[in-house]
Design a binder for this molecule. Structure first.
Ligand SMILES: *Cc1c(COP(=O)(O)O)cnc(C)c1O
Length: 415
């Protein structure tokens, strides 16, 4: 039997079918990705996409919002309950939009902001010159210690005392260690700065109790809902109630038009899933799996940046193998292992080449893999990267990756 999509648009139907097959049959190690539940997919693919709801529950610009208001209220209440926050705005379309709205609420153009160096794990929205953040605000960057490769809070304090920023951003896109939000709060208080935590990557670990929560420490917390939190592709903002009106105004009408009610409903589903006891187990397993993968890779001869991981991701220094991040990513792709090249601290290579890989365990853990599979994957990665030009090795690993995925399939029931 053919589906409505297959009848209307066989080309897109075929692309979706082939992407599902790719997700089901190759190993996904991109640290920012995950596999959402069927329930999340169903909510996101629903008729709620049809509704225009500019404004907020009970204060909409259009009629007919009585029903979808309930979805947004559930999403907001569940986000507050899940993270122990006073206020939640669930309308940002993405993590980048959430950051933009938070900056708009808290800053004036030209204000000085401290964020993590982009080549040491910070995000584009933390002051990249090609991003709105770097053009609108005066960013100064802090980084990791050259020796330990972990955040040096004394150095961050010295920089804050020197620069007197209006706001400090804690949070990263490629940092494998626990972030000490208490230390950041103390530094912010010392210099009279606001503290924004960008919890995009770790939101699911925080929700599941596997990483300390930034919520009691930060003025505002932004996050994505699709990384470790395992919801739909989207963003959200948590704040103390004194910032609530400013944040809401910045999201709408400040930056966005109508909210994506189908995605907001899917976020509500994800927040509910993340409150269930098995999500705590999931978050702990994600960290355990990341540590098993890092240990396996170290045993293969790779250098793990900072010596290991406390969260869902690791940075792998490929220089002992004499390959660049770019070459490694492409070789692994041919072998059925999906990951991304990533700069390591003080990387001698250009950003498009790099000396490292960023690997994460969130998706594999959702698929049901455990430490044994992580060690197996580490061995497969070692096998590929010891012989990056060897087509037979790639084909052999691809077959082994397929076999592994046939036992740990994210969507076994198909489309
Ligand atoms: C992923 C990420 C974002 C942006 O999220 P998008 O949904 O891709 O816009 C922002 N900040 C950090 C730290 C991230 O890791």
């Amino acid at each position: 039997m053919t589906s409505p999509l297959e009848r209307t648009d066989p080309e897109i139907a075929d692309i979706i079918r082939r992407e599902l097959e790719r997700q089901n049959t190759t190993i996904q190690l991109i640290a920012s990705e995950n596999f959402t539940s069927r329930a999340v997919l169903e909510a996101q693919g629903s008729v709620l996409t049809n509704k225009y709801s500019e404004g907020y529950p009970a204060k909409r610009y259009y009629g007919g919002n009585r029903v979808v208001d309930e979805a947004e209220n559930l999403a907001r209440d569940r986000a507050c309950a899940l993270f122990g926050a006073q206020h939640a705005n669930v309308q940002p379309h993405s993590g980048a939009n959430a950051n933009q709205a938070a900056y708009m609420a808290l800053l004036e153009p030209g204000d000085k902001v401290m964020g993590m160096r982009l080549d040491q794990g910070g995000h584009l929205t933390h002051g990249s010159p090609v991003n709105f953040s770097g053009r609108m605000y005066d960013f100064v960057a802090y980084g990791v210690d050259d020796e330990t490769e972990v955040l040096d809070y004394d150095a961050i304090r010295d920089l804050a005392v020197r620069e007197r920023p209006r706001m400090i951003i804690a949070g990263a896109t490629a940092y494998p260690r626990i972030i000490d939000f208490e230390a950041f709060r103390a530094i912010a208080d010392d210099v009279g700065a606001l503290l924004l935590v960008d919890a995009a990557h770790i939101a699911g670990l925080v929700a599941g109790g596997a990483h300390p929560s930034p919520v009691p420490m930060a003025d505002v917390v932004t996050f994505t809902t699709h990384k470790t939190l395992r919801g739909p592709r989207s963003g959200a903002i948590l704040s103390r109630s004194d910032y609530a009106a400013g944040i809401d105004k910045a999201v709408f009408p400040g930056l966005q038009g109508g909210p994506l009610m189908h995605v907001i409903a899917a976020k509500a589903v994800a927040f509910r899933e993340a409150r269930a006891p098995d999500f705590r187990r999931y978050a702990a397993d994600v960290v355990q799996n990341a540590q098993a993968l890092a240990a396996g890779l170290a045993a293969e001869g790779f250098r793990i940046v900072s010596g290991g991981t406390d969260n869902h991701l690791m940075l792998v220094d490929l220089r002992p193998f004499g390959v660049t991040g770019k070459v490694a990513q492409e070789a692994l792709d041919r072998a059925g292992i999906t990951c991304n090249k990533n700069a390591i601290p003080n990387d001698p290579e250009k950003p498009f080449v790099t000396s490292g890989l960023r690997l994460g365990s969130a998706a594999c853990t959702t698929a049901g893999m455990g430490p044994d599979q992580m060690r197996e994957i580490a061995a497969l990665i070692g096998h590929v990267l010891r012989a990056v030009d060897d087509d037979a090795a790639a084909a052999d690993v691809r077959e082994q990756a397929n076999r592994l995925c046939s036992k740990f399939t994210p969507y076994p029931e198909g489309a």
